[in-house]
Design a protein around this ligand. Structure first.
Ligand code: GTP
Ligand code: ZN
Length: 353
């Protein structure tokens, strides 16, 4: 695919980073070969960088916690900061710099020095790809090499326009016996699901966008409100006549299961859900609800009533051409374990009731 974005190249890079293999990102004649810290090991690192020259790329959110000087240069918590290589910055120290959970256990030796980011756009794209791969956003990088993929390939991987319907089947569920499941496949191999409940009667459907939460949906976690919201949504849609539940595979507001559980571990240390994400180096909410708009379009529904407390869902659907004619609050009773989480959503992320 010369000259055009290739989602397959980005998917191969995700796979390689997950396996601990170095990958080269390039654009406009510049290139960076990157080694993901989370999946790397000292022996692989030695092969990657025998001269011990490679600097470390971190997110600004993480660099702020480490009190590294030039984080102000990065505009967002997920933007890149480059840490100069020093003799004491070996693979183990790189791991300690990458993972905030180790802060209490690892006395940081230092000092570490932030230096100008050599390739800011490539660095930002790498950190974004770490999020997609569900890895800590931290890499050792080496300039040059033949590019395996480009930043535009990552955008192509996430482009909602490439979503297609893969299969439909009848699926009676607790709370809604008359339901059909519709499975969607995206360009990156990601799978999303819609549950259409009841029989379409021409009226705008009652719709719920539910983001995957393994701990809440499956294990019954009391730390969030996802499980009860999911069950209540199915019941409310069934009770309304007809509607659609979109089950979006955006675990942890788009940072993946393991990174969400890292955020939980920071919450055990006292940080709230917003600060935990920032300290890990991620946006507070990394989800793209454009995918939901595309799913609704493929289901032939451009006018809906939406069950949510999150104005970002309403705004994004509207920006993608879905007419949200009504927002209906979807609030469930708090419990002692999720009280603070719900208060944070109200006070810091603009959730309305
Ligand atoms: N990163 C992170 N994700 C979380 C946390 N708690 C829940 N989630 C994820 O948040 C998503 C659910 O989002 P919520 O913010 O609860 O709800 P919402 O979908 O934005 O808004 P509503 O429509 O009003 O419910 C799921 O993907 C959960 O896995 C947390 O502490 N950290
Ligand atoms: Zn949850």
């Amino acid at each position: 695919m010369t000259g055009s974005a290739d989602p397959r190249a980005a998917a191969r890079a995700v796979d390689a980073f997950r396996r601990g293999w170095p990958v080269t990102i390039g654009d406009d004649g510049a290139a960076l070969c990157a080694y993901a810290i989370e999946t790397g090991d000292p022996a692989g690192f030695e092969l990657f960088d025998p001269q011990a020259h490679a600097p470390l790329l971190l997110s600004a959110g993480r660099a702020a916690t480490l009190k590294l000087a030039n984080q102000a240069a990065a505009a967002t918590p997920e933007g890149p900061v480059q840490v100069a290589r020093s003799p004491w910055l070996d693979f183990a120290m790189g791991t300690a710099l990458a993972d905030p959970r180790l802060d209490l256990e690892t006395p940081l030796k230092g000092p570490f020095r932030a230096e100008p980011v050599s390739e800011p756009a490539l660095g930002a794209a790498l950190l974004n790809l770490a999020r997609i791969a569900g890895l800590l956003p931290a890499f050792f990088v080496r300039p040059g090499g033949t590019p395996d993929f480009a930043p535009a390939d990552i955008d192509a991987l996430e482009a909602p326009g490439r979503l297609t319907i893969a299969v439909r089947a009848r699926l009676p569920v607790a709370g809604a016996e008359h339901a059909e499941v519709v499975a969607f496949r995206g360009a990156g191999g990601d799978e999303h699901v819609a549950l259409t409940i009841g029989t379409p009667d021409g009226s705008p459907p009652l719709v719920r966008l539910h983001s995957e939460c393994l701990t809440g949906d499956v294990l019954g976690s009391l730390k969030c409100d996802c499980g009860p919201q999911l069950n209540a949504a199915i019941e409310r849609i069934a009770g309304s006549g007809w509607g659609i539940l979109l089950y979006l595979r955006q675990e942890g507001r788009g940072i993946g299961l393991i990174n969400k559980l890292r955020a939980y571990s920071l919450q055990d240390q006292g940080f709230d859900t917003v600060d935990a994400n920032t300290r890990l180096g991620f946006a507070v909410d990394a989800r793209d609800f454009g995918i939901a708009a595309r799913m609704l379009e493929l289901l032939g529904q451009r006018s809906i009533r939406l069950l949510t407390n999150n104005p970002a869902k309403v705004d994004t659907l509207r920006a993608h051409g879905i007419d949200v004619i009504e927002r209906i609050a979807h609030q469930l009773p708090a419990n002692p374990h999720n009280e603070r989480y719900l208060a944070t959503k109200r006070d810091r992320t603009g959730h309305q009731l």
